[in-house]
Write a protein that binds this ligand. Structure first.
Ligand SMILES: *Cc1c(COP(=O)(O)O)cnc(C)c1O
Length: 403
């Protein structure tokens, strides 16, 4: 599906870099997931109503350390949408990292925790005027734009806004490619720079985003090369760029192999080495920091055999935490049964036929009503995507306390 995308504009200017863009999948690191036995014990102790996320904040700290070690010179801004639970946001704030937001709901959540507005970047390329006015009043300084219209809108609301230009870049090999929705082409970049000069707007940075769960190292290198091209266009026309935002997309291990953050870090570090020293480099990791820190704990509410296929119905599903499964994400899964495995269809509790999490999933044939089913790596894009559709509750979050 992703290979249909034909890079244009920026990417064509650096075709030599494109000669090797096969998604590379290398995975040579030892991840430290939350131990299954610890999860089982915590679940038995708490008797919490399912479904719920069991979240270990220590693992977020571990991921933060790893990210920082992989890219020591890169400033971190957590992408709030990945998991906006107050315990997660509070931990990030305590670790002194900044935040990347898309809405004033996310802004309010941070302000309530006492996060200073200048540590928050408003990085949704399209923002409503109301939201902009609110963010400007709250003291947010940095805004992303990817078109002339949006540039005019932001400057109309906040004359002295610091603007970062989001350019398009290839999303080849990302599980959630975003190309097409956002990002200026080379020609549009030229127009945006002209407009910024005309309005005397402070167009001060370049941003790109490789798409979520990106498994292709080359995307970052190409994004950075494209950004350098945009920087030189900006400088030639009298602007003074001083921020490079390399976005999010750093992958985590579900079932498919991924490049390690250390390899991505090495790629990024060498690609930014020749940047002018007054350019600050920032990244916006979301999934990487929070995915492994939580397990989604659910229970089997019923089973059926339909035309020879075993169906297992859970109290969680597409609308209640596992939205990403319909876009192809295959979650790992654990149960406490040891029977022979047979192919099963795993479905959520709602009456919508869309609410199917997996087909032909090998599960123990003795799995039955009341059993727990555990999903590791469920800390990212689960809570935020969950609804109360059909009257079923969103998953709660249980934060593990360490002595
Ligand atoms: C969603 C998003 C991110 C985070 O993406 P992950 O894949 O979770 O790392 C970063 N930046 C922007 C602009 C985003 O929209």
């Amino acid at each position: 599906m992703h290979t249909k995308f034909q890079p244009a504009g920026f990417s064509s200017a650096i075709e030599t870099l494109m000669s090797d863009t096969r998604p590379r999948t290398e995975d040579h690191f030892a991840e430290i997931p939350l131990d299954f036995r610890v999860v089982q014990e915590a679940v038995k102790r708490n008797h919490h109503r399912t479904p719920f996320l069991l979240l270990d904040p220590d693992l977020i700290r571990t991921k933060l350390q790893r990210f920082r070690a992989a890219m020591p010179k890169v400033y971190l801004y957590y992408a709030v949408k990945a998991n906006s639970h107050p315990a997660v946001l509070g931990l990030m704030a305590a670790e002194h990292i900044g935040f990347e937001i898309a809405s004033i709901g996310e802004l309010d959540a941070l302000l309530e925790l006492g996060v200073p507005a200048h540590e928050i970047h408003y990085n949704n390329p399209i923002k409503s005027r109301d939201y902009l006015e609110y963010a400007a009043r709250a003291g947010v300084r940095w805004y992303i734009v990817d078109g002339v219209d949006e540039l005019r809108k932001v400057i109309g609301v906040k004359r002295d806004a610091k603007l970062c230009l989001r350019i398009e870049t290839q999303n080849l090999g990302s599980d959630w490619p975003l190309t097409g929705k956002f990002g200026a082409t080379l020609t549009e970049t030229s127009d945006i720079i002209d407009e910024a000069r005309k309005l005397r707007a402070d167009l001060a940075g370049v941003a790109f985003h490789v798409g979520s769960q990106c498994r292709n190292l080359e995307n970052w290198r190409i994004g950075i090369e494209n950004a350098k091209l945009a920087f030189s266009m900006m400088r030639k026309r009298g602007l003074e760029p001083r921020l490079l935002n390399i976005g999010g997309g750093y992958p985590v291990r579900y079932l498919k192999p991924i490049p390690s953050i250390e390899r991505i870090g090495a790629t990024v570090t060498s690609a930014v080495a020749d940047l002018s020293p007054d350019v600050r480099v920032m990244a916006e990791p979301g999934r990487f920091l929070v995915s492994d820190c939580a397990w989604l704990v659910s229970r089997v509410i019923g089973t059926a055999t339909r035309r020879g296929t075993r169906w297992v119905y859970l109290d969680t599903g597409v609308y209640h935490g596992l939205m990403e499964s319909i876009e192809g994400l295959e979650y790992a899964m654990r149960t406490e049964r040891s029977g022979a495995e047979i192919p099963c269809t795993l479905a959520g509790p709602t009456c919508d036929s869309f609410d199917v999490v997996a087909r032909d999933k090998m599960l123990p044939q003795d799995l039955r009503e009341g059993d727990y089913v555990y999903f590791p790596n469920a800390g990212a894009y689960t809570l935020g995507y969950s609804t109360e559709f059909n009257g079923f509750p969103r998953p709660d979050t249980v934060v593990m306390q360490h002595a």
